[in-house]
Design a protein around this ligand. Structure first.
Ligand code: CP3
Length: 343
């Protein structure tokens, strides 16, 4: 059997057509997702019901034939597994019980206690590895420690990650201990996903852009490097995608510094700049602005061709620069795939 296109790109092969998948490809822009979510009752029940989580993962594969499927789950499930309370306010987003002191950080459950809560996620991965088409790559994922910590400290999403920055400034040792706990748990969590059948893993550091200087080194680069080194020791050859979103200049050298096989790019960097400064070190993923999935038309076609062209001399996986939004038109997604594949 010829190797899957995503795995070939991750090994550094330059393919005539970039493989493609899309962040949040299972999501609210799809009527079939909304129907299954209604059947589950709420978002967390959907994440923790393996048959339904597998079903929504498969929906965009059936509809569009993406080259990869990403496990349906959420980066915040691990907080619950570590002992935090987690719920989603409809129309608003996640809410958590907060962790703001050295004592509360010490009281979190140890890494090896997370698997009871997360067992349904591993079952979803097992179902998917049986049911996906043979040419489709299965991607597992976790949030990077810094991004997960920003939610744990604040108890919700924040525009500037202020509470996490404040804890880091007030008690750097306690904050570093939280990052360490999350790093240990993330290693075990991703390792279990790989044992269950994930072929690639992706680390989402959605708020990496708010870490500057030494903080970026200590809390974005170092945890990613430790997670990737340990995963590759346990699972030789495992490809890893890292997404230090809005890292800007921090993208330069990120793959070398962390051992990632691929760096995912947000759409605030130009493809030409990223080809010259990031793709020189290996595979990149990205980076069409998600807004085009809402607006479509000739401008979308041109923007897609621009991304494909700019990255055509090196290894590239086509994706958006961030998740597709609920107001996107499913027809624009079909058109995007057609254009990437030469239409
Ligand atoms: O990409 C995929 O299709 C796989 C599943 C996936 C989800 N969330 C499902 C989801 C993945 C990989 C994530 C990652 C995630 N979750 C991130 C990192 C990526 C990013 O977007 O920056 C973050 C920060 C979260 C935390 C989170 N989950 C927030 C802030 C929200 C609310 C905001 C929103 O978009 O509604 C969620 C909810 C969530 N996670 C939804 C989905 C499909 C929407 C929930 C719903 O159906 O109501």
């Amino acid at each position: 059997m010829t190797e899957k296109t995503i795995l070939r790109a991750l090994k550094g092969e330059v393919l005539p057509t970039p493989p493609i998948w899309m962040m949040r490809q299972a999501g609210r822009y799809l009527p079939e997702y909304r129907a299954t979510r209604a059947q589950a009752g709420d978002f967390l029940s959907l994440c923790y019901t393996p048959d339904l989580a597998a079903e929504v993962t498969l929906q965009p594969i059936r509809r569009y034939g993406f080259d990869a499927a990403i496990l349906f789950a959420d980066i915040l499930l691990i907080c619950q597994a570590l002992g935090a309370k987690l719920w989603f306010e409809t129309g608003e987003g996640p809410r958590l019980s907060t962790v703001t002191s050295a004592a509360e950080i010490a009281a979190l459950k140890p890494a090896d206690a997370i698997h009871d809560t997360l067992a349904p996620v591993y079952e979803t991965v097992r179902i998917l590895s049986r049911e996906l088409p043979k040419e489709t790559t299965l991607i597992g994922f976790a949030g990077a420690p810094w991004t997960v910590a920003t939610y744990m400290v604040a108890g919700r999403g924040t525009p500037d990650q202020g509470p996490a920055h404040a804890l880091k400034a007030a008690d750097r040792a306690a904050f570093a201990a939280l990052i360490d706990r999350l790093t240990d748990a993330t290693i075990d969590y991703l390792s279990m996903q790989v044992q269950a059948g994930a072929e690639v893993v992706k680390l989402f550091d959605s708020w990496a852009g708010s870490l500057k200087g030494q903080d970026f080194t200590d809390f974005a680069v170092a945890p990613a490097a430790r997670i990737i080194a340990e995963l590759k020791a346990r699972h030789p050859g495992l490809p890893v995608i890292a997404f230090p979103r809005e890292a800007g200049q921090g993208y330069v050298g990120f793959a070398k510094a962390t051992g990632a096989d691929c760096v995912a790019l947000d759409n605030s960097v130009s493809p030409e700049w990223a080809a010259a400064h990031v793709q020189v070190d290996g595979c990149v993923q990205g980076n069409l602005a998600p807004g085009y999935m809402v607006t479509g038309g000739a401008e979308m076609d041109e923007a897609i061709r621009h991304v494909v062209r700019a990255f055509s001399k090196g290894p590239h996986i086509f994706n958006l620069g961030h998740g597709i939004t609920p107001d996107a038109d499913p027809a624009n997604v079909a058109r995007m795939i057609e254009v990437v594949r030469g239409g």
